[in-house]
Write a protein that binds this ligand. Sequence first.
Ligand code: NAD
Length: 311
Amino acid sequence: RLDSYGFIGLGQMGYQMAKNLQAKLPPDDTIRLFDLNKNAVQELAQEMKTSQAGGAIVEIAESVKDAAKDSDTIITCLPEPSHVKGVFADILTPDLPKKNNRIFIDSSTIDPSTSREVAKQVAAAGQGQFVDAPMSGGVVGARAGTLTFMLGAPDALVPKIEAILLRMGKAVHHCGIQGTGLSAKLANNYLLAINNIATAEAMNLGIRWGLKPKTLANIINVSTGRCWPSEVNNPVKGVIETAPANRDYSGGFGIGLMKKDLKLAIVAANEADAKLELGGRAREVYEEAEKADNCKGKDFSVIYRFIGGKE
Ligand code: NAD
C-alpha cells in the first residue's frame, strides 16, 4: 500500500528532516511540502527531485490544509506554540475530508498543555491522532539524520511512528502518553540552560584564579561537574576545537531558542506545581544577553562573554 506524507515547516530543522525522510521513503510514496516561505519549498522540492538518492514522489502543497488533506501522516516542525495552534486551526476546518486514521506528528518544541489541547481538537474533529515528538541533535543532527526523538503517543501507534522517525533520526524514546515527549524535552533543556550558565561561571572563576582554560576543563570533564556545556560546547575559546566559542559563537544552538525553551519549561513547571529556584534568574540572564549587541544571534554559550568571562 502506498503512503502519503505531508511536511509543514521547512526551516532550519524541518528542511533537513523532510529531505532525509523523502530520500528514505519507497519510490511510490508521496510527500507534500508546505512552508510560508515559498522559496524554501521550491528549493527543497528541486533538491529532492534532482537528488541521486531517489525516494518518494515530491509535490508542492498550496496551503497547510492542502498538505494535510490526502496525507496519512503529517509532520509539523514549527517555531512556537502559537504557530502550531494556528496551523491546526487552518487544517481542522469543517471542509477537511474526514479521515480518522491520519497521524499528525508534531516535532516542534512547544509546551505540553498546548500540545494536549491540539491533540484533543484533532480527536474531537474525528481527523485522526496527534502525537508529540520533539527532538534533540540540532541542525547538525537533522542534516545527518541522527536526531533523537522523544515521543509522547499511545502504545499502539509507537511501532508505526518509530519507523517514520527513524528515517530522520537515530533513536526514538517512547516517553509515555501524548504530551510526555515534550515534558522530557523541556526537563532536559531546563537543565541545559542552567548547566550552560554554571559552566560559564565556573570556567571564568577558575581562569581568574590563574588556571589555564584547558587544564580546568580537563579536570571538570573527569570530575563531578562534567556536563554537555563543559565537555562538548565549552564556552571558552581554545578548549574544544569544534565548539562555537572557537568561531566567535556563531552557529550552534541560538540564544533565542534557549530562551524560548526555558520559558516553556517554566510555564510547564508552574502548571505542574514544580518549584524552580533557578529558572527565573536564568531566564533573565538569557533575556538580557539576547539584547546585548555582542551576544544577540549567537550560540547560547556566548553567556560566557555576557558575564564578562576572560577571553
Ligand atoms: P525555523 O524558524 O528555522 O523554522 C520554522 C519554519 O516554520 C519556518 O520556515 C517558517 O516559515 C515556518 N512556518 C511558520 N509558520 C508557519 C505556518 N503557519 N505554516 C507553514 N510554515 C510555517 O525553526 P527551526 O530551527 O527549524 O525549529 C523548529 C522547531 O524545532 C522549534 O520549535 C525549535 O525549538 C525546535 N528545535 C530546534 C532546534 C535547532 O537547533 N534549531 C533543535 C531542536 C528543536
